[in-house]
Design a binder for this molecule. Structure first.
Ligand code: C2E
Ligand code: MG
Ligand code: MG
Ligand code: MG
Length: 278
């Protein structure tokens, strides 16, 4: 009995694995195609508000894949695949190109992009970014690159040197999802970035146990001359508390979901083209 049941379980499990593997191979194949067509993958833009002025400050470009049969596929699914099959560089370049074209249309806006560890550690990355900006005639000061904590602390190969090249050229560096990685106070002393983005998980628990942690992050950032952005702000209560703590800027569904290129240009025009530094 046990043996039969075991064999059955194995057969079911095996079938399931086949199915997963098949789906995975198809996604890899489709992703290659998507990047070749250059139309299925494009950036959406999430507005970031100045906490002080409650007005538009910048935006974050986020990759979107509109699959011809399956509709939108989430970045949490396709970014890791792109990294594994070596397509993350092309994907990052496409998002940067989209971001540059929006910056060219909206003269005052700053833009953040996300860099994968593989991009940031690759030799040519800073030059590729800077020449793209030059091609569009965009001041490097208007671009911020979001990286992970482990990259910020120079744990991965060439990232230190690449960060220095980009910062020297005027590009800002932000630590994304701050507080979820391996920050320690001793490492914080050596940190050379421009901004921390406090992870959504802390904002979610803002009314409870994470309030003192957020307060400490903001105070520490201020002491080090870094800007702070709160990620995943969804309620007025969170927004008010963050403003009271002196957080510089707010991002989240309370302010806006990520928007298409056309929608974000409309928003910019509606806000009277007024941009606040934060
Ligand atoms: P991230 O950089 O931390 O981006 C923030 C994510 O939180 C986005 O998810 C955004 O849509 C979502 N978000 C923003 N506000 C709220 C909110 O109030 N509530 C909730 N529930 N979610 C909110 P998205 O676009 O699905 O991206 C997920 C992650 O994928 C990003 O996290 C980033 O790490 C990665 N990613 C996205 N685009 C790119 C890209 O072009 N290159 C690379 N390397 N990674 C990317
Ligand atoms: Mg980000
Ligand atoms: Mg984040
Ligand atoms: Mg995240």
């Amino acid at each position: 009995h046990a043996k039969a049941a075991g064999r059955n379980t194995f057969a079911i499990f095996g079938g399931h694995m086949d199915e997963l593997l098949r789906r995975r191979r198809k996604l890899e194949h489709d992703l290659r195609l998507a990047l070749e067509t250059r139309s299925q993958i494009e950036a959406f833009y999430q507005p970031v508000y100045s906490a002080e002025h409650k007005g538009l400050s910048s935006m974050e470009a986020l990759a979107r894949w509109k699959h011809p049969e399956e509709g939108f596929i989430a970045p949490d699914i396709f970014i890791p695949i792109a990294e594994e099959i070596g397509l993350i560089h092309e994907l990052g370049a496409k998002v940067l190109e989209d971001a540059c074209s929006v910056m060219a249309d909206l003269p005052l806006i700053s833009m953040a992009i996300n860099a994968s560890a593989l991009e940031l550690c690759s030799d040519g990355y800073p030059l590729r970014v800077l020449s793209r900006l030059a091609k569009w005639n965009i001041d490097p000061k208007r671009l911020e690159i979001e990286i992970t904590e482990s990259l910020a602390f120079g744990e991965e190969g060439r990232s230190d040197r690449n960060i220095a090249i980009l910062r020297n050229a005027g590009v800002g560096i932000a630590i994304d999802d701050f507080g979820t990685g391996y920050s320690s106070f001793s490492r914080m002393q050596k940190l050379v970035v421009d901004r921390i983005k406090i992870d959504k998980s802390f904002i979610d628990a803002m009314q409870g146990e994470s309030k003192p942690l957020i307060e400490a992050m903001i105070n520490m950032a201020r002491a080090k001359g870094l800007k702070t952005t709160a990620e995943g702000v969804e309620t007025d209560e969170q927004s008010d508390a963050l403003v009271a703590l002196g957080c510089d800027s707010l991002q989240g569904f309370l302010i806006s979901r990520p928007l298409s290129r056309a929608a974000v240009i409309d928003l910019y025009n509606e806000t009277g083209k007024q941009i606040f530094t934060a």
